[in-house]
Design a protein around this ligand. Structure first.
Ligand code: CU
Length: 354
């Protein structure tokens, strides 16, 4: 009875765990390495399936032999004591050699794939510099005319083209990973790694930081936007445009006045408005309205979320380098919360920066 009660309790726990995992995984579709959309992820998934297949085969064979022996040679009433043997050298050798051979096959396939995935020579290679911040990704492109394009949260890439990414961090170690495309390469201060990605089909693939880098590590996402090469070129050209200085008295001019007086301009560059060639601690906002995410994907980019972010950055992303503008910090905006009008005007303006 007690045994049965125990069993029932454990069955209950197992069922709950199963339900919880189903419910949690249904929350959002996570990107999967088993749903590859590029050559690196495809080779990696192939290795996984190969090893899984091989181990399943071994499991089935060993279990079959085991079960056969258990039943075939089980003790029966009045069966004689079995013949006592010391061992069988041939079998001992066989089951030492066979696993080694299998492990060498797996090693060979893994090393072969590593070499096969060394960066392919490709005349069209697009080069990107990725800078890992705590906690958001910055991507810098050099346009054909030499101009630098600086974006946050979105890694644009032409489909079918090798994208070579040099990885840079001046803070802690991060790791760059786009599960459906490949990657997971460490971003180490003082040691600039390189990786490459290629997407076989257009799409938006979620990327993330895969190395714990502080409290908001889980909110250090980005999206790899794979698009046909025409769209990519149009995007790159569009991103080079600087913002026009608005005429005095317009809503845009008022928004920029708030941007200056509240202190946003001390951390964020808007090309065409900020002094030329400066780099500041926060994301470049020149084309913020064209992006889908806010602050490493902690929020989707829409006016309501942007308002929430500006007002309560520290509640949305505790510990981030962006302060809240809700009057909670005496040194921020003179300790005053941004007024509703000021927020409206900032939100409208920033969302209009396409
Ligand atoms: Cu990180």
């Amino acid at each position: 009875m007690r045994f049965r009660a125990k069993m029932r309790r454990w069955a209950g726990v197992a069922l709950l765990a199963l339900l919880a995992s189903v419910v949690l995984s249904a929350c959002e579709k996570s990107p999967s390495v088993l749903d590859p959309a590029g050559p690196i992820a495809t080779s990696e998934a192939n290795i996984f399936w190969f090893i899984l297949g091989l181990s399943t085969l071994i499991f089935v064979v060993v279990t079959a032999v085991l079960l056969y022996s258990v039943f075939r040679f089980r003790a029966r009433p009045d069966s004689p004591a079995p013949r006592q043997i010391h061992g069988n050298t041939k079998i001992e050798i066989a089951w030492t050699v066979a696993p080694s051979v299998i492990l060498f096959i797996v090693l060979g396939i893994t090393i072969g794939t590593m070499f096969a995935l060394a960066q392919p020579a490709d005349a069209n290679t697009v080069r990107v510099r990725a800078v890992a911040h705590q906690w958001w990704w910055e991507f810098q492109y050099t346009a054909p005319n030499g101009q630098t394009v600086d974006v946050a949260d979105e890694l644009h890439m032409p489909v079918g083209t090798v994208v070579e990414i040099s990885l840079f961090s001046d803070n802690v170690i991060h790791s760059m990973w786009v599960p459906e495309l490949g990657g997971k390469t460490d971003v180490i201060p003082g040691h600039d790694n390189k990786m490459w990605l290629k997407a076989d089909k257009a799409g938006r693939y979620r990327g993330e930081c895969a190395e714990y880098c502080g409290t908001q590590h889980a909110h250090m996402d980005f999206v790899a936007v794979a698009e046909d090469s025409g769209t990519f070129q149009t995007w790159l050209t569009g991103q080079q445009a600087a913002v026009q200085k608005p005429a005095n008295g317009t809503p845009d001019a008022n928004a920029l006045a708030v941007f200056q007086s509240a202190g946003c301009s001390g951390c964020h560059v808007i090309n065409g408005i900020s002094p030329a060639n400066i780099r500041l601690i926060g994301p470049n906002l020149t084309h913020f309205g064209s992006r889908g995410l806010i602050a490493g994907g902690v929020l989707d980019n829409n006016p309501a979320n942007l308002r929430q972010w500006i007002l309560h950055a520290q509640q949305v992303k505790d510990g981030s380098d962006m302060p809240s503008f809700d009057g909670s910090v005496p040194t921020v905006n003179g300790g005053k919360a941004l007024t509703s009008d000021q927020l409206d005007s900032l939100v409208n303006y920033l969302e209009s920066l396409q």
